[in-house]
Design a protein around this ligand. Structure first.
Ligand code: TRP
Ligand code: ZN
Length: 885
């Protein structure tokens, strides 16, 4: 908890460390009511900081110092200075060894940072600054050391003892205890340290590297989960092969381990050779995990594995550089998933997520550049901007350089910086040097926050047969900066003729056309490109594949959007045209609702969706994506002032109309797909995900008709299916239906069947918390009393509270402020238990500027109440104070 005024840390104040640590030797003695940590640090003065021996200031928090010695001289209390978060000693020579012993309390650590207990097992989470809660250390990523770790614990309770690197010894100890020693020869910062002790089982496999060497692969889980590891293991082997083939990167230790834990603040952590995962990102099998969960496991396993190069072998100099590893690694895992499944569908999902959530962050009080300039609490900067927008920035580099140029750049980056802690500038420099290009202006994507707007207008000259596109870019003010300089915006585009074919693209001054889809670089505030040789006015297809994270506008009419939906050669833009059409139609309905008029849906939306639905040659997953209307959160994001009730009413009205008018087509597709699902055993692969996604979206529309045959079909699917995807959809459809008796029975049967599986119970909580039926808050409050719920487990908090505040917008934004009060009470309670989770759950309240005056006042009132509630963690303090500024 914060005791003094919180300190703001600035990038401009960065200085290299005064001392370096060459070797770290740790011994952990684990007991039920405390743990002892003995550390021996082989250190030296950093030659880069010149002569002299300034005081050595080590980071440490919540540690009880038992003893310390410097080169075998026991230190007396007068020899050091002990503060709440540091230990200062005076070195006597350029090279020295520091020994400390501390006592810590993992058994009562509810923050899940440092060493803690998840159920019966010990585990660690050190990123970003958790290692300082384990021992006194230079806890910063530019201090890299080898590690030797010995763990000593009771043999019976903790038969498995793990740490980073390779195992080098083990044996029995006194009093029924035993020990194991691990050695990690690769230099690494402390945030990559990991330790696990528990009664774990593992599945083992092996992987033969390109070079022919063998690696042992192990996934450790609690015994009851041993049957849910296969999908993660397959995903791991695919990831290892892909990184060899696409980036030329091989794994480097003899063993690679994954451990699944139930209590974890984030998705997973890339500790060297010993990745620790939230169990929700490892465990998957047909009966208990949805298709989405299977894809998430594949993506997260890949993400953490890819960090071995983009993060571990080449790490960050300081935490302002976080996107160096996270943006790059998200880009790498997205490309991997695109290669393993449907590329277009993956892109659609990622863009929809970015535009809904990252754009909202970029327009809110916590907006920051991909490389922030300052922070109070680094844990608050594991954001959509650093991760997802950061990945878009890397994607733009590849779009500008081409795949081959990008690979030359990544090869140079890994080769030049192996074993170093570097910056995003170093990443860009490698790309520049490998390609002989200048990316100076491009780097503005790293240091200017906010989502750029790109307004496009057209002009056609029939006499000259020229067509011109004029781009005007601007970027709204954000807390970091008022005035923004122009970005480099890669705009991939095509021009369609009246039949919908791509035209050859020849820019003024070019001798010959350069393809039918091209990337233009928009670099000025206003810039015009003229195409020649066009005998009729074409229709532009702009920002294909979402080639830049901007808000593009072009004055398409609805007929043009319908044309693009059918004819654009770019699959992403076919979907995008449908989204834009839906947005126009929904905004019209929102206006009607606000004026108190009867709602009237533009029939062209039905026609367009009917055409998509009837097209049997389209990928079923694409049909499902195109049938999905933009979500309420996205409609909120693109509104000046979001009218929660009007958005909900408009969208529900459109869904109802679609269900009624396309009933026959939906019913036919549903039955055909359900029939295949019924007669095929579950397979976790793209074509099967596609079939089930269309089947399930069709079912959720069909239920809006209220027809008895749909209820019957839903109950059949719920009872008879062999997988969680179909079962959970059926449950969600019932939960949102008016059939009260069937809903209650399904919820009860489901809970009875899955009560011992916490990950499935999370789904059960979420489905109910997200239901927009009236009385949402009361339902959530009742569910918090359920025996399977606890505030101490982050997955439970996300499943219930996160789903309510993030997805159930009509209930959360109830006009009486009850949703806001509930969330504020919860944040105050969580602040004391787990500051990282408290601060993350707070996000919906920080968006108060989007709402009407009455709601704004209520939301701000709750933020002020949190601020006044007493000892706030730096995490919660930073978010609340910045939101009110
Ligand atoms: N580096 C992790 C990743 O792969 C992020 C992470 C895991 C994390 N656990 C954390 C960050 C706890 C902060 C706190 O993305
Ligand atoms: Zn990561």
């Amino acid at each position: 908890m914060r005791t003094e005024q919180p300190q703001v840390i600035y990038l401009k104040d960065y200085q290299a460390p005064e001392y370096l640590i060459d070797e770290t030797h740790l011994t952990f003695e684990l007991f039920e009511d405390h743990t002892l940590v003995h550390a021996q640090l082989v250190m030296r003065r950093n030659p880069a900081r010149g002569a002299g021996l300034p005081p050595l200031v080590l980071d440490g928090q919540q540690l009880e110092l038992l003893r310390a010695s410097l080169d075998d001289t026991e230190l007396q209390a007068s020899d050091y200075q002990l503060e709440a978060d540091s230990l200062t000693v005076q070195p006597k020579a350029e090279r020295f060894t520091l020994d400390t012993s501390v006592k810590i309390h993992p058994e009562s650590n509810t923050a899940l940072e440092g060493l803690y207990k998840s159920g019966k097992m010990f585990c660690t989470q050190c990123e970003a600054e958790g290692f300082r809660k384990i021992t006194y250390y230079l806890d910063r990523p530019d201090v890299m050391s080898t590690f030797t770790t010995t763990v000593i614990a009771e043999q019976h309770r903790y038969p498995v003892l793990l740490s980073n690197g390779n195992p080098i010894g083990s044996g029995p100890a006194e009093d029924g205890r035993h020990w194991a020693t691990w050695e990690d020869p690769f230099m690494k910062p402390a945030y990559l340290f990991a330790l696990v002790a528990g009664d774990l089982w593992c599945v083992e496999d092996n992987f033969v590297r390109q070079s022919g060497r063998d690696v042992t692969l192990r996934i450790y889980v609690e015994p009851e989960n041993i049957d849910k590891c296969d999908h993660a293991m397959v995903s791991l082997k695919k990831s290892m092969r892909w990184d060899e083939e696409v980036y030329g990167r091989e794994y480097d230790l003899d063993i690679f381990m994954i451990v699944a834990v139930n209590d974890f603040n984030m998705g997973a952590m890339e500790n060297k050779g010993l990745n620790i995962f939230n169990s929700s990102c490892v465990l998957a099998r047909a009966e208990t995990a949805t298709d989405a969960a299977h894809q998430r496991v594949e993506g997260v396993v890949a993400h953490e594995y890819f960090h071995n190069w983009s993060g571990n072998r080449v790490t960050c100099r300081d935490w302002f550089q976080l996107s160096l590893k996270e943006g790059f690694t998200v880009f790498r895992d997205a490309e991997f998933s695109a290669d393993m499944n449907s590329r277009t569908v993956k892109r659609i999902e990622d863009v929809a997520y970015l535009r809904t959530h990252q754009f909202a962050e970029d327009a809110g009080p916590m907006a920051h550049p991909v490389r922030p300039d300052s922070f109070i609490e680094i844990s608050n900067f594991y954001t959509l901007t650093v991760y997802e927008k950061g990945a878009e920035v890397v994607r733009m580099v590849r779009t500008l350089l081409g795949a081959e140029g990008f690979r030359k750049g990544s090869d140079l980056y890994f080769e030049r910086h192996d074993g170093q802690a570097v910056t995003t500038d170093d990443f860009i420099k490698a790309m520049e040097d490998a390609n002989g290009v200048d990316l100076t202006q491009f780097k503005r994507w790293y240091n200017q926050a906010g989502t750029p707007r790109l307004e496009v207008s057209e002009g056609y000259d029939a006499g000259a047969q020229t067509y011109s596109l004029t781009f005007r870019q601007s970027c709204p003010q954000t807390p970091d900066k008022a005035e923004k300089l122009p970005f480099v915006i890669p705009v991939e585009l095509g021009l369609l003729d009246a039949e919908g074919n791509d035209l050859p693209l020849r820019l003024a001054g070019e001798a010959a056309a350069g393809g039918t889809s091209r990337v233009l670089s928009v670099t000025e505030a206003e810039q015009t490109f003229t195409f020649e040789g066009l005998t009729a006015k074409p229709l532009p297809s702009l920002l294909r594949g979402f080639s830049a994270p901007v808000k593009l506008s072009f004055p398409y009419d609805r007929d043009q959007l319908m044309f693009l939906m059918q004819h654009d050669s770019d699959g992403f833009n076919r979907w995008e045209a449908g989204q834009q059409l839906s947005v126009q139609v929904l905004q019209e309905l929102i206006g009607q609702h606000q004026r108190g008029e009867a709602l009237k849906l533009d029939p062209r939306l039905i026609t367009a969706l009917g055409t998509v639905l009837g097209n049997e040659s389209l990928d079923a997953a694409m049909v499902a994506e195109m049938l999905s209307l933009p979500g309420e959160a996205y409609l909120t994001e693109i509104s000046q002032v979001a009218d929660v009730d009007a958005i909900h009413a408009a969208r529900e009205f459109a869904r109802q109309q679609i269900a009624e008018q396309l009933f026959d087509g939906l019913w036919a597709r549903y039955q055909a797909h359900r029939e295949v699902s019924r007669s095929t055993a579950y397979v976790a692969a793209a074509e099967h995900f596609a079939r089930r996604s269309l089947q399930n979206i069709a079912l959720s529309y069909l239920m809006l008709s209220g027809k008895p045959q749909v209820l019957e079909a839903t109950l059949e699917q719920f009872d008879q299916c062999d997988n969680m995807t179909e079962r959970l959809t059926a449950l969600a459809v019932l939960v949102n239906s008016p059939f009260e008796a069937e809903r209650a029975k399904a919820l009860e049967t489901f809970a009875e069947h899955f009560k011992d599986n916490p990950l499935v119970m999370d789904q059960w909580f979420s489905v109910q918390a997200a239901s927009s039926l009236p009385g949402g808050l009361a339902r959530v409050k009742a569910l918090m009393q359920h025996p399977a719920f606890t505030l101490k487990n982050p997955n439970k908090v996300r499943a219930l509270v996160g789903a309510f505040a993030g997805q159930n917008l009509v209930n959360f934004h109830a006009a009486d402020g009850s949703g806001y009060r509930f969330l504020a009470d919860l944040v105050i309670e969580l602040n004391a238990l787990n500051p990282q989770i408290a601060s993350r759950q707070l996000a919906p309240l920080t968006r108060w500027r989007k709402y009407d005056d009455a709601r704004q006042a209520l939301m701000k009132g709750e933020l002020e109440r949190i601020l006044a509630s007493g000892a706030l963690s730096s995490d919660v303090y930073e978010v609340v104070s910045k939101s009110l500024a």
